[in-house]
Each structure stands twice: as C-alpha cells, then as structure tokens.
Design a protein around this ligand. Structure first.
Ligand code: ADP
Ligand code: MG
Length: 699
C-alpha cells in the first residue's frame, strides 16, 4: 500500500493542514495508512441507550442521552472537582470530574443534548458517573451498531477533537477510492490454513464492524498479521546468523576475577547470581557479540554480577564501562565498586556531566592509554570525546531510561567490533513480552534474593489513618531507622504536585520536630538534589520527602519505611520499584500506601496486589493485565521499535504462540524469503521496520 503510506493526511476530506498537524504531533498519524491503522481501543454498542431510573450502579458501562441541568465546583486545591447534574427525563444522575475542571466547564452547557458513556456507581446512596465520555447527541450517528472508540490525547481534547471526530475521518477515508482495493499481505496458504479474513475486509470491520462476529474475525486477522511480520523479522533477520555480529572473544577467566572471587567477595553468591555469570561467560567466549538482558528484582544483587562480568573483560585485556541513568546512581555504583576494585588493583573512575574539565581530561587520557580499566558514568559516557583504548563490555543499568539511539552510540566505542552489551533492569518483564519484544536479546534472570531478606510488609491506609501512620514512622525513627515519604509528580499537574510535596514537607517537619528532614524533587538543580540525597544517604537526615526521583536504584539499607502518598496515582511497577528502596537490610521493613478512601474497583485491586505479594514478576504480570503492555513502564521507553497496535501481550499469549509457530513453519519452507510471496513479504518487512532500521542490533 505504498500510495496510502505516501498520501499526506491533510488531503483527506475534513482534515486540512491545521488538523493534520495536530494528528501528526499527537497521534503520529501522518498518512492515510497511519489513520487506517489507528484502531479503536474499545467499542460501544450504540444501539443500546440506558435509562437513569433503571440504573443500579452495578452496570459495567452505560450510555445515556439527555442534558446537563447544573454545574457546580466544589473542594479546593487537589480536591477541587466539577459536579454536574444530568437528566434523561427518567431521572437525574450526578457527573463528577476531578481534572481539567475549568476547561470541561467551558466545553459543555445546559442546552445541548449529550450522550454520556461511563460506569455508574452508587456513592452515598446517590448514583454518579466519574469522568464519562461526553459526545454531542447530534442525531447523525454514523453506525447504529458497534462504534469504535479511539484514544485521544489531552491536547486533542482541548482542541475539541473527539473520538467521534476521528471516527468520521475514518469513515471518510474508507470511502475514498484509494482504499477501495487493499492488497493482501499474507500468502494464500496461510490465509486458508488459519481461515483468516482478507486484509481489506478486516480493516473495514475493525473500524466499522458489521457485527460482533465480524469484529472478532477482523481482530484475529490483524493480530495475526501484526505478529507474523514481527516474528518473521525476529526469526529471519535478527536471529539469522548472518546478522549476528562477530564479538571479542573472552577466552579466559583470570587473576582479576579469581582474585576478587576468592579474596574480596564478602558473601557467597546466590545460585542465581552464579548461573547468570556462567551464562555471560559462555556468551562472551563464543565469538559472537553478547546481547543480554539481565533481569533481577530490586535488591537481587545485580551490581556485583555486573562487576564480576567486567572483571572477565579485564582478564582478557579489555576495558569495561557501566552506564547509569542519573548522577546519583552512577555515584552509588562508584561507591560500591571502587573499594572492591581497589582491593584487586583495578582502576575505576566516574564521569558525569558535572565532572570538572581538568578531571575529565585526565580521565580521557587514562582511558585512551588503557590505564583506566572501568569507567562508570551517566550518558556523559557516550559523548564522542570519550574514547577507549579497547572497550570490550558495556553495561547499562536500568535500561529503560536510555533511548535506543543513545545505546547505539556505545557500539562505536570500539573500532574493531562492538563491545559485548549487558543491559540490566529491575523492571521484571513478563516472559511473553520479553520473548516478543526483545526478540534477539538473550534474557537472564536473577530469580532469587540473597538469604536473610525479610519481605517488606505492605499495607494500604487512608486519610483517617494519617496520625497513626506518623506514629508508626516515629517508632521506627526512634529505633534509629530512616524513612522515605514519596509524592507523585506528573507533568500535567506539576505545579499542584510540587505544592503538595512542599506542604507535605512542612507537615512532616511539624510532626517530627526532633528529626532532620531532607527533600528532593525533579525541579531542583542537580547539585542541590545531590546535597539533599547525601544528607539522607549519610544518615544526617532521618526522613526524605521526595518525588519519584528516588525510584531507581538508590541504596540506603538503614531505611525501613516507605510511605507513598496518593498511591492510587502510581502504576504498579512504579510502586514496586519504590518499595524496593526499603527491605535492603536484614531488619523488617514496611511500605505504607496512603490512598483516597473512595477508590474505584480497579484501583483498589491494583493497590491490593501490592499488599499481597513482594514478587516483582507477579506485580508485573498484574500490571500488564490491568494496564496493557503498552503502558507498562520499561516497555514504552525500552526501545521497542515497533508499536503493537492491536495485540495485547497480556491476553493474546495463545495467538502469539500460534503465530510464532506459523512463522517458523513458513521459514522452514522459504528460509531466505525467496519465493514470490517471500519476496513480497520481505519488501513489506522493510517497509514496516525501515524507520527503525537495525533496532534488533541495538539492544
Ligand atoms: P540490585 O539488584 O537492586 O541492584 P544490589 O546489587 O544493589 O541490588 O544489591 C543489594 C544489596 O545486596 C547490596 O548491599 C549487595 O551488597 C547485597 N548482596 C548482593 N548479592 C548478595 C549475596 N549473594 N549475598 C548477600 N548480599 C548480597
Ligand atoms: Mg542496582
């Protein structure tokens, strides 16, 4: 469909340059093709309209048609909300918004007929709907049956770009001649074998389903296609040996590794740590470049594994580098590693954005001569001025903070061949996801915590418990322990959130006049942040009030309490990361989730998962179920170079397996994609993956 890909969306009837610009910026829709492949995420059965007087509050979702009677605002600051009364003639229902109060009040009025779509709940004996979808009931409903709901962004909504507006554009697109004949992308034998709906029909039905069954067949077809090309790409281009790069051969384990292992290491490695080190030794000795993802829950001991892997590089005459996402983390790595390295005569240095010129020059020189063996740093490390004598291993900590392009630059640091790459993450990525998303990355898992750790006790509390919560924190402080109190900070509400954090800080200072309280947030200058962090890390401050800047990696084993304010606003993985900041010593630690009392069912469930398990993988699986993998931390920025538009990795495990088999079968008969269909598909693959050329090579 090259024409569709190259027809600018602005030429579609009803778009024009201005809206085209919005569509491009907000949804990445630049061409006819992009719009055609922008699928609804949900469908409403528009043929059913509910009546207010029949609602019980147990309905999953309802559609109401009527008008607003009144709008009133209530509450202040973060509690500010907009309440409206809505009637459909049979009764009234309250509608509530907690965000965008002013702009919503401006957008709706009491004269117009609207269609509301949302989940009703019974609250204090009153029915209400929180944050419904609101559409003008214009009468001209395009499709009386199932209607697609398209996801939008805040900016689009503020430009009155509704889901219905997108729907109309799609209808208009589907009736243009350009779309009347869509070429099939899958070979006939596959179509027959799996009884797939033809592509053109599937694209039509995904937007305008004829009925439920047609919708299901369309979904299956499009998921199949999406996964099939993904698997072909992985199996044929990436796993195919021709693309596996030659790697430096680390043939031996020598004096550094053994000296450290026998004389310096203070504790026995866990079985999982040993296994993972073995896996990497094998990779790095194989003659192929290592590309390994090391997953290990927070506190599982990844740092020592990374260090010992670096020693293998050194034993073979190579240098190693360790890259961390923040200065704080890089600094902590240095602190952990330096004494270990010095004990065996290994030279280490730290390079960050704030390293002074003179020091920087010294480092550059020592790196080039090979005298400096391990360089630890932030992304300052990938700058062109940083050149190694012979870099053999690049370790990347907390990989989701780095973009693909940044990582690619590490590859050029050795002119002979790219270094081996070890990516470490504490965000546990469920198996299906890892298998599909990190196609070529080999995955190692540290699935065992060092002995003696007590699981963190996690509880869910609400505002009325606040005083008791502070009492509890106080009792821990009296035992000489330290506490974190964390506030959310999201961009849209940055000012409000900062205000909440500062208020929180003052309250904590009032409640604990005899203890020192440090505070860090993302708006601070790095130097100030480091200063405050160090107050806490060194024990001079007893409480750290912070935003999520402390989420990753920070290690203060004496801290035993993690209080998370407005916990309902965090994702599960993020909560788990935060919780991982405590429980790092041998003593019992606690995580207290402070949340609103009137939580929705899903939110309550999410927070309860936290109270029920300490296992990062269980948390990640739940997270994926609840939010869909697209939203999962660690996947969005992880350099997944394709967008799964329709497949839900959490729910479509069976299809993934089926399609993987289908792709393997296909490649058995046509391994080089040389048949007529093979060549066609190879061309299609290039089209899809071209934008992200080589992503598989850039772990
Ligand atoms: P993470 O995987 O979260 O990066 P760290 O590497 O920071 O975890 O390790 C957490 C703590 O556990 C550190 O203080 C480290 O020294 C300690 N540790 C690591 N491995 C072991 C082990 N096998 N036995 C005991 N303690 C260990
Ligand atoms: Mg770590």
């Amino acid at each position: 469909m090259p024409d569709l890909r190259h027809t600018d969306i602005q030429y579609l009837h009803g778009v024009g340059p201005k809206r085209a610009d919005l569509l491009k910026k907000e949804l990445g829709i630049a061409s006819y093709y992009d719009l055609l492949y922008y699928f609804p995420f949900r469908y409403i059965d528009r043929s059913v309209v509910n009546h207010v007087n029949e609602l019980t509050g147990d309905e999953a979702a309802v559609q109401l048609r009527g008008r607003f009677i009144t709008f009133t605002t209530a509450g202040e600051g973060r509690k500010r909300r907009l309440q409206a009364l809505f009637t459909d003639g049979t009764g009234t229902i309250e509608v509530v918004w907690f965000n965008r109060v002013a702009s919503i009040q401006r957008s709706y009025n009491t004269q117009t007929q609207y269609i509301l779509f949302g989940k009703p709940t019974m609250f204090n004996n009153h029915l209400n709907i929180v944050h419904p979808e609101v559409d003008v009931a214009s009468g001209e409903i395009v499709n009386q049956g199932l209607q697609g709901v398209y996801s939008l962004t805040e900016v689009l909504r503020n430009h009155s770009f509704t889901s219905r507006a997108i729907h109309k554009l799609v209808v208009s697109l589907l009736s243009t001649p350009a779309v009347s004949h869509i070429e099939e992308t899958l070979p006939p034998e596959l179509m027959q074998r799996y009884r797939l709906m033809p592509l053109g029909e599937a694209l039509r039905n995904i937007h305008l389903p004829a009925d439920q069954r047609a919708l299901q067949r369309a979904q299956l077809r499009l998921k199949f296609e999406e996964l099939f090309f993904l698997e072909l790409n992985i199996l044929h281009y990436i796993k195919g040996s021709s693309r596996r790069l030659v790697g430096h051969v680390f043939s031996q384990v020598g004096a550094y590794f053994n000296g450290f292992y026998h004389n310096v290491l203070q504790f026995p490695l866990t079985g999982a740590q040993k296994r993972v080190i073995r896996e990497m030794r094998h990779d790095m000795g194989s003659g192929k470049q290592m590309n390994r993802l090391l997953q290990g829950d927070v506190g599982s001991g990844k740092t020592v594994v990374a260090f010992m892997t670096a020693l293998i590089a050194l034993d073979n005459g190579y240098q190693a580098c360790i890259m961390a996402p923040t200065e704080i983390l890089a600094g902590q790595h240095l602190e952990t590693i330096k004494p270990l390295a010095e004990a065996i005569g290994v030279k280490v240095a730290l390079l960050t954005g704030s390293t002074r010129k003179k020091q920087r020059d010294t480092i550059h020189e020592a790196l080039l001569s090979g005298e400096l063996q391990i360089l630890i740093g932030t992304h300052a490390l990938i700058e062109d001025t940083v050149q190694f004598h012979n870099l053999g291993l690049a370790i990347i900590d907390e990989q989701h903070r780095f973009g693909v392009a940044q990582r690619a630059r590490l590859w050029g640091k050795n002119r002979v061949a790219p270094p081996h790459v070890l990516v470490m993450t504490a965000t546990p990525i469920p198996r299906t996801l890892a298998m599909t998303v990190y196609g070529d990355l080999d995955v190692s898992v540290i699935d065992e915590l060092p002995p003696g750790r007590k699981p963190v006790t996690t509880v869910l509390k609400h505002e009325p418990d606040r005083f008791k919560m502070y009492q509890f924190v106080g009792s821990q402080l009296r035992q000489g322990r330290q506490a974190y109190i964390v506030y959310p900070l999201i961009e849209e509400n940055e000012k409000l959130d900062l205000h909440a954090l500062e208020q929180g800080y003052e309250q904590v200072c009032d409640v604990f006049p005899h203890y020192n309280v440090a505070m860090v947030h993302g708006r601070m200058k790095p130097a100030e942040k480091d200063y405050q962090m160090n107050l806490f890390a060194s024990g001079q401050a007893h409480i750290l009030v912070a935003t999520t800047v402390i989420e990753v990696g920070v290690n203060v084993p004496n801290a035993s309490v993690m209080v998370i304010e407005d916990a309902e606003r965090f994702g599960l993985s993020q909560l788990h990361q935060l919780r991982g900041r405590v429980g790092r010593g041998a003593d019992q630690s606690y995580c207290i989730l402070m949340a609103r009392s009137d939580l929705g069912r899903d939110t309550r469930h999410r927070l309860q998962v936290m109270t029920q398990t300490n296992d990062g993988f269980v948390v990640a699986e739940e997270d994926m179920k609840l939010r869909g993998p697209g939203d999962m931390e660690g996947t969005q920025q992880s350099g997944i170079a394709f967008n799964l538009r329709i497949t839900n990795l959490a729910q479509d495990g069976q299809i993934i397996q089926l399609v993987r088999n289908a792709a393997e079968d296909y490649l058995r008969d046509d391994p080089k994609l040389e048949s007529t269909w093979g060549r066609k598909m190879a061309a299609h693959l290039r089209e899809i993956f071209d934008k992200q050329a080589n992503w598989g090579l850039i772990s």
